[in-house]
Design a binder for this molecule. Sequence first.
Ligand code: GDP
Ligand code: GDP
Length: 434
Amino acid sequence: MKPTLVLVGRPNVGKSTLFNRLTRSRDAIVADIPGLTRDRHYGHGRVGDKPYLVVDTGGFEPVVKDGILHAMAKQTLQAVDEADMVLLIVDGRQGLAAHDKIIVEQLRKTERKILLVVNKTEGMATSITTAEFYELGLGAPCAVSAIHGDNINELVELALADFPDQQEKEDGNKYPKIAIVGRPNVGKSTLINALLGEERMIAFDQPGTTRDSIYVDFERNGKHYTLIDTAGLRRRGKVLDTIEKFSVVKTLQTVENANVVVLVLDARNEISDQDAHIAGFILETGRALVVVVNKWDGLDHYQRDTIKHELIRKLAFLSFAKLHYISALHGSGLNELLPSIDMAYAAAMADLSTPKLTRALWAAVEKHPPPRGGMSRPKLRYAHQGGSNPPLIVVHGSMLNHVPETYRRYLENTFRETFQLEGTPLRVDFKMGH
Ligand code: GDP
Ligand code: GDP
């Protein structure tokens, strides 16, 4: 699991600036897709071998309600509750503020690890700037400048010091790992129950801690799968009971750990921003995807047609994924869903040999040569596979910096068709030289 860093602090201390810094290096498989709004509060980052998730809680003002100080908004509390490390950001130019102390008091109650970050310290003598913040009792502060990018790597190193390097370690599990995600009430639990049947009970008896997802193996039509179940979340401590049960962090982690993601949408509700955000995260991680429209029961022809049109229009950016209309409640459509999961898994894990890829590349070039860039034409020599889940195809040659994006897309589509890579995103990269 990627560790989760949660940024907390008064308004204007530089949280969103730091957030942008910390998430800059992410591997985005999709940059700007029309219709896809990014949730700017959650992001991926990486320093060296250490990937992490970052959550920006936004600014919050302490408010007095019924004579009690509610320093933290619900969402902030939930984010803090899910943090592996809370980064408390303070403003090195303004110095220690009364609100900082209030926030620290609130944070203490959550018993989370806290790292104090003094921001805006560019051009200042750090020992002097940070001195007054020792009063917060959080130990030595880490001085950074979010705007200039000073000391950011050191900050991440410090924050992640206690977490092991995340080498992609094989867990020995050969079955496709499936994550079922979607916003609250779309029918995820009902679908999980329908898929697991009896085995569900076993999952329920295991004590789910905050950090652990539950992996449940199940068998259907003679095939084995592993479901990453977040059901444990539902029964957790008091904090979450009062908060919306949906957890973005949990969803992100589940998606990261899966091979195939099943995104569940509700036929009875319009596609919301939250749906689009979740879809965006799935695309960012490059996981294989099957989209399920649930609650298809009890709708008439006209309603179904309208919903289908709407979905196909709004989900154009997920066109690589198979779309299924199901009723989790009645168990209908599940036997069609599983082959799509199999197919997406096979596509995501496909082994593509260099000779085959190169032949497909040459055929594509023969059909449509890349356009001239300036004086000369890019030369595409050969292709090899650089990774899977999602498949990465690396094209080698010269003058490749002149290959336009439209041509990259053309190659992507050609590879997708040639090797029947349905259900998975696909990445085509160019590499100059031999
Ligand atoms: P947030 O409200 O905590 O998310 O704060 P923002 O990231 O929006 O930043 C608030 C203001 O502080 C903006 O004007 C930023 O440009 C500025 N700021 C952020 N980081 C730094 C920094 O490292 N140095 C300086 N001098 N200004 C900064
Ligand atoms: P979750 O929050 O995504 O796990 O959603 P649940 O599985 O708890 O389902 C939310 C509600 O939708 C429950 O009342 C379910 O009975 C109902 N529901 C789930 N699947 C279906 C379905 O296929 N058809 C209908 N009509 N209702 C469903």
